[in-house]
Design a binder for this molecule. Structure first.
Ligand code: Q9C
Ligand code: ZN
Length: 337
């Protein structure tokens, strides 16, 4: 039996929108995304999947990844959001040396904790982010208890969130929270991030450690969000040097993608990890409004087959994917190939 954790109140979080360079657009990171995946899971009969709500996550299991001041900011800003309607940064402290956050007002805090306009603070932001993180944490607990695979149907997503910042629809790094929990019992954990966008937050969180291998296949940052991260040159630092691998691609089709995936999986095998955290984004789909890759429905089966040939205990974390109704079926194709 496979356990899938979902955040029971995720529908209360409907992000307001984002500035995309020309105009304010409504956000594609909507409750319907998760509902369509849940529906697809309930419809399928070939595997027994238990859909569960996560246990409460303790604060210490979030602050093991995120700085306390950032967590406090999310909480207070969300409370503020009850009266303010929406908090979105418009001015960023680019070039400002030694930023003393204690001096900042609300607008200043927004611009120093959020790196783009896509992660709005509304009253439900904090509770939704914590529930989503709880899903990842619960899924990782199950794998530590012996489950071979456990699913965290996270919403909002997490891989763009760093130690003290959010952005790209993300607030808390669900994959990093799961990984950190796995590290309490497992010496080496590999993270494979197959979302269309580079998982800059996850990369930064584990950049200096050799206990976590981070491998990502994503749209080339020259033309793709988050633009400042995801280059091949970023290979880790200090003890973590050589434990970060980026595979930026321009307009990949299935064949090109599969070739890259095989190199990525070879690196993971050599690392010989005790567990895998799989950050799954389905925005690599040809119909996705955000991604520029051209993956087809059947490609997800091949991708799943290749990944699960690693035969590692795996925590699956949902990241992006904005085309529905195929979102749910593509997710299932990847997991059950
Ligand atoms: N007009 C994830 O997939 N900006 N995040 C997109 C579209 C933000 C993607 C602009 C993209 C964030 C988890
Ligand atoms: Zn994405």
């Amino acid at each position: 039996m496979i356990r899938a954790f979902f955040p029971p109140n995720h529908e209360s979080y409907r992000p307001w929108g984002e500035f995309d360079g020309f105009s304010v657009e409504s956000s594609p990171e909507v409750p319907e995304r998760l509902n369509i995946i849940l529906k697809a899971i309930k419809r399928q009969k070939s595997h027994e999947i238990d859909i569960l709500t996560p246990d409460h996550i303790e604060k210490k299991n979030i602050t093991s990844v995120h700085r306390l001041d950032y967590l406090d900011f999310l909480k207070t800003a969300s409370e503020f959001g009850k009266t303010l309607e929406v908090g979105i940064p418009t001015v960023f402290p680019v070039g400002k040396q030694k930023l003393n956050k204690k001096l900042l007002g609300f607008e200043g805090l927004l611009g120093s904790y959020l790196f783009d306009t896509s992660a709005p603070i509304i009253d439900s932001t904090y509770s939704a982010a914590v529930e989503s993180a709880a899903c990842a944490f619960s899924a990782s607990k199950q794998v530590l208890k012996g489950d071979l695979i456990s699913l965290a149907l996270c919403r909002p997503p997490g891989h763009h969130a760093g130690p003290s910042y959010g952005g790209g629809y993300c607030f808390l790094n669900n994959a990093a929270i799961a990984t950190t929990n796995l590290l309490s019992k497992i010496e080496r954990v590999a993270i494979l991030d197959i979302d269309y966008h580079h998982g800059n937050g996850t990369q930064e969180i584990f950049y200096n450690t050799n206990q976590v291998l981070f491998v990502s296949i994503h749209g080339d940052p020259k033309v793709s969000f988050p633009f400042y991260w995801g280059f091949t040159e970023e290979q880790g630092a200090g003890e973590g040097k050589g434990f970060n691998h980026n595979f930026p691609l321009v307009e990949a089709t299935g064949t090109k993608y599969l070739r890259t995936l095989k190199s990525a999986l070879e690196i993971i095998r050599k690392f010989n990890p005790g567990a895998l955290v799989l950050s799954v984004g389905l925005d690599t789909y040809w119909k996705d409004p955000l991604g520029e890759f051209k993956l087809r429905q059947d490609d997800y089966k091949t991708i799943g087959k290749e990944i699960f040939r690693l035969a590692l205990p795996t925590v699956v974390i949902l990241e992006g994917g904005y085309e529905y109704p195929d979102l749910g079926t593509n997710f299932l194709r990847l997991i059950f190939y």
